[in-house]
Design a protein around this ligand. Structure first.
Ligand code: ARG
Length: 403
């Protein structure tokens, strides 16, 4: 093991990363800098400072990344309309490259030769952190204590905490009921009571949305403004990216929008069952498709839809900072030049439905599509030839088959 001089740890202040902090200090005998990212997880972060101080950390970083997260990661991804395996809006996947970017930035600033994270050896998150670090600065080493230490169970983890006088919150003594990852885009819950996919998830796993059954009986109508593919206003009020997503999370949460119970395929190889709540993201996906429906050319829209699963898989697998993601992003961003206008949606008992859309750059022509008489020249006879030529090969094929 080559000597490590200084480590930047991605630190939440929770039990796991508190133990990791101690373990790093003991194992490497070097300075550890802690980095706590505020991604809008809705948790008080100052206690993390106090805990790090208590463990003798001199350099403590707590950074508000909410605007950067939504502006530079969530919105670019939403331009692609990109759920993984058709449903998962990638709330954890898209946060990891941002955290890694700041870990690397701080490591360079303080002259650290390694970064460390608390992701376990079975999950996707370790891959996302480490691929991002590889892509951003190959000279920085990554330490993943969960893959290195001898702690194999929750019991041993608590014993280690006890031995080193790391305070264990009383609710952590018994089994925590599940594992949570939250940020402005979503809350994800996995493990423990959720591990049997044949069992219905208990009601208390849901953190930020009401059960659609208990949602208000009155629907709520909202309007979202878009400029060049990105949402910029809610009900006519201009908002920063993080403020806008926060507003939609509130509205969606109240109406039970964006719940998902999913068995997904992890990159590492196994299937896992998770509960996701993505209220604002679910509204934005519907709204974005709504504004694209009138502003994108058919072939452009279909090409986007073709590359979308590939793009979503790249993000899920941790290749945000990879050349092929950049290439796809350039294509997606280029398509958004005229994706501007307003979409109105109805939120009602778990659903977010587009009910109208309008754009100064619309390609929709009522005059062209109308069943009534129209001023626009459209020769119905052209359709006859169009169908005759498209049917040519079908007639040959059917004749050969003896029909
Ligand atoms: N399975 C999700 C993903 O890979 C979430 C991972 C983190 N969530 C958690 N509850 N620990 O993106």
């Amino acid at each position: 093991m080559t000597k490590i001089e200084k480590i930047v740890l991605s630190y939440s202040g929770g039990l796991d990363t508190s133990i990791i902090l101690k373990w790093l200090q003991e194992t490497y005998g070097c300075e550890v800098v802690t980095f706590t990212a505020d991604l809008g997880q809705g948790e008080e972060l100052e206690p993390a400072r106090a805990k790090a101080e208590m463990s003798g950390v001199k350099d403590i970083r707590i950074v508000d990344l909410c605007e950067e997260f939504v502006r530079d990661f969530v919105f670019p991804m939403l331009r692609a309309n990109a759920p993984y395996e058709g449903q998962y809006l990638l709330g954890s996947s898209i946060a990891r490259p941002l955290i890694a970017k700041h870990l690397v930035g701080i490591a360079r600033e303080v002259g650290a030769d390694a970064v460390a994270h608390g992701a376990t050896g079975k999950g996707n998150d370790q891959i996302r952190f480490e691929l991002a670090v590889n892509a951003l600065d190959p000279s920085i080493r990554v330490i993943a204590p969960w893959r290195q230490w001898n702690i194999r169970s929750r019991m041993q983890l608590l014993e280690y905490a006890e031995k080193h006088r790391i305070p264990v919150p009383s609710n952590k003594r018994g089994e925590a009921p599940f594992s949570i990852d939250a940020n402005l885009l979503h809350t994800s819950t996995e493990g423990k009571v959720l591990e049997n996919p044949a069992e219905v998830a208990p009601d208390h796993v849901y953190q930020r949305t009401v059960d659609p059954i208990d949602a208000p009986d009155a629907p709520e109508i909202i309007t979202i403004g878009f400029e060049r593919g990105d949402p910029v206003s809610v009900n006519g009020k201009a908002m920063t990216p993080a403020a806008l997503l926060t507003e939609l999370n509130g509205l969606g949460g109240r109406h039970g929008v964006g719940r998902l119970d999913l068995v997904e395929n992890r990159f590492i190889g196994m299937k896992s069952r998770g509960i996701y709540e993505t209220p604002g993201g679910t509204i934005l996906l519907a709204a974005h498709r709504g504004i694209e429906s009138i502003t994108l050319d058919r072939a452009a829209a279909h090409l986007k839809d073709e590359i979308m699963p590939r793009y979503a898989e790249l993000i899920y697998n941790g290749f945000w900072f990879a050349p092929e993601r950049d290439m796809l992003q350039a294509l997606i961003d280029h398509s958004q030049a005229f994706v501007s206008g307003e979409v109105t949606l109805r939120l009602y008992k778990g659903s977010a439905s587009v009910i109208s859309r309008a754009s100064p750059c619309s390609l929709y022509s009522a005059d062209l599509v109308t069943f009534e008489e129209s001023a626009i020249a459209f020769d119905h006879h052209d359709a006859e030839g169009f169908i005759r030529l498209n049917g040519l090969r079908l007639r040959s094929w059917a004749a050969r088959n003896g029909r």
